[in-house]
Ligand binder design. Structure first.
Ligand code: PEP
Length: 248
């Protein structure tokens, strides 16, 4: 069975000494036979984290990438720059990128294509807003994000999906396990339509949005959940490792 993926998105938090300490503790205490732990620090701390995790089996990723290989893109980071530092993953289409930087499904698709062609595993984030959930449009919105964010080259071996309801990110609000299961099964059926059944069956689909040490057990045992994308609770080794230990 594929191990669950427990991914920490540190967002724009911490400094070099915090990154060094957090990564060192996770590398020392994280049992990689439980699950695959992935750390996605800010770009400026990637090298520090790479050195701290060494060959512990903890994976490393970026929080975003540009779709182009190189060029006049001030402030952006390419896929090659991430692989050069030892990254194996990159998060694309996080709702904070979609809302703060106006990223469209087409942008996410271009970034995912660049990531998989450049040898990274893309973690493609999708999720509905609170208004979309309340108006009964959640399945349609997320289904259309999945269908239009994935390039032809996406497969279960180079892409991971992350279902992150926007209203659950950083708010302490979490969907019911029934809502999570319904959405994960829906995402799988859209993947089957887009990419074919065989690839869809083995896709890892993470849940993200206010996952913590207390609720991880129930969420990770929900049908269709292949791991978690964790924001706030990934900034403390204790809570991040506890989430990993909750993997069935
Ligand atoms: C996230 O931003 O990907 C996330 C899930 O954040 P949090 O866990 O803090 O809700």
């Amino acid at each position: 069975m594929t191990r669950m993926l427990i991914a920490g998105n540190w967002k724009m938090n911490g400094d070099i000494s915090m990154a060094q300490n957090l990564a060192t503790t996770i590398a020392r205490e994280g049992d990689a036979s439980n699950c695959e732990y992935l750390l996605c620090p800010p770009f400026t701390a990637i090298q520090t984290v790479a050195a701290a995790i060494g060959d512990s089996g903890i994976s490393l990723g970026g929080q975003d990438c540009h779709a182009a290989e190189a060029g006049a893109h001030t402030g952006d980071i390419s896929v090659g720059m991430l692989t050069n530092l030892g990254c194996e993953y990159v998060i694309v289409g996080h709702s904070e990128r979609r809302s703060n930087h106006g990223e469209s499904n087409a942008d996410v698709k271009a970034k995912t294509k660049a990531a998989v062609e450049g040898g990274l595993t893309a973690i493609v984030c999708v999720g509905e807003s609170e208004a979309e959930r309340e108006s009964g449009d959640a399945l349609a919105v997320v289904g259309s994000q999945v269908a239009s964010s994935l390039p032809d080259a996406a497969s279960a071996t180079n892409t991971v999906m992350a279902y992150e309801p926007v209203w659950a990110i950083g708010t302490g609000k979490v969907p019911t396990v029934e809502q999570i299961a319904e959405m994960h099964i829906h995402i799988q059926s859209v993947l089957a339509q887009e990419l074919g059944n065989d690839s869809a069956k083995t896709f890892r689909i993470l849940y993200g949005g206010s996952v913590n040490a207390e609720n991880a057990d129930e969420i990770l045992r929900t049908d269709g959940v292949g791991g978690a994308l964790v924001g706030g609770a990934s900034l403390k080794a204790e809570s991040f490792l506890a989430i990993g230990r909750s993997c069935p």
